[in-house]
Design a protein around this ligand. Structure first.
Ligand SMILES: [Zn+2]
Length: 267
């Protein structure tokens, strides 16, 4: 009896493994691309308007801009930010005030009144809803993706990762768990946040994503200026490489690729 039970458990486990492998094998990106890459830019910085947008236009690529509503660049040059949406880029949600956990190492710069440790989950969601409304006024869209400020997922000690679906179709984290497309957690999608790196290093990351046949996301801040930056040259070398390898790598917005992954998985 005991042996029969063990055999049954082994058979069920094998069946589950087989199903998972089949899903992995069946997952394909559009037009036979081996992998997908998202170029995302955080915090609504002036260098996005003045350096990133012209570079993306030069190579015919689309990016995702995770903006905070208190970005002075968005407030001062709103028509230019609206122009990004008109050109086909994604304006995405990065909260109103960029709240982060002040208690964590290196986070002294967080203002006391934007300390995520003193927020509640309801407060975080309310703030994200306000930002969704602001962005809808800019580009007319209702569906929105989110990027966790500082990649912090806890408000007042409680995780809001599982609540994020109430206010966003997908959310980007900052961690290096590159998994097959059918295993991606759409509420905490992996990304790499490089600073002061060469174009070669950026391209090497894309190669590692191609090797894993999955989605890779860059989380950039300043480009050729601002902070946590990469140089214009490194950025442009990456874009040029991506444009030259467009049959191999699908470069698209975070909204488009996460919608695609969800649809393809039938969830
Ligand atoms: Zn940020």
């Amino acid at each position: 009896m005991k042996q029969a039970l063990i055999s049954t458990i082994i058979l069920i486990s094998l069946a589950q493994t087989t199903t998972s492998c089949q899903v992995s094998r069946d997952f394909t990106f559009p037009n036979g691309a081996k992998a997908a890459i998202c170029l995302t830019y955080d915090d609504g910085l002036p260098s996005h308007i003045h350096n990133v947008a012209p570079a993306l236009a030069k190579y015919g690529l689309k990016g995702t801009f995770f903006v905070t509503m208190n970005s002075t660049s968005v407030q001062d040059e709103m028509e230019k930010w609206r122009g990004l949406a008109i050109e086909g880029h994604e304006l995405a949600n990065h909260s109103v005030y960029h709240p982060c956990r002040k208690s964590l190492p290196g986070m002294d710069w967080v203002r006391d009144y934007y300390d995520l440790d003193h927020y509640t989950v309801a407060q975080v969601l309310a703030e994200i809803r306000v930002a969704n409304g602001y962005l809808q006024a800019l580009d007319g869209k209702k569906n929105r993706t989110y990027a966790y400020p500082c990649a912090h997922l806890f408000a007042g000690g409680v995780s809001f990762k599982d609540s994020i679906a109430q206010v966003a179709t997908a959310a980007r984290g900052v961690h290096d768990k590159l998994v097959p497309p059918d295993e991606i957690d759409l509420n905490n999608v992996a990304s790499w946040s490089p600073t002061e790196v060469s174009g070669k290093e950026l391209i090497a990351y894309v190669q590692s994503v191609i090797d894993k046949k999955t989605l890779g996301t860059f989380c950039f801040h300043g480009v050729g200026g601002d902070y946590l930056s990469i140089s214009n040259q490194a950025h442009e070398e990456l874009l040029e490489w991506l444009a030259e390898h467009s049959s191999e790598v699908w470069v698209t917005t975070f909204q488009e690729v996460t919608d695609y992954v969800r649809e393809k998985r039938g969830k």
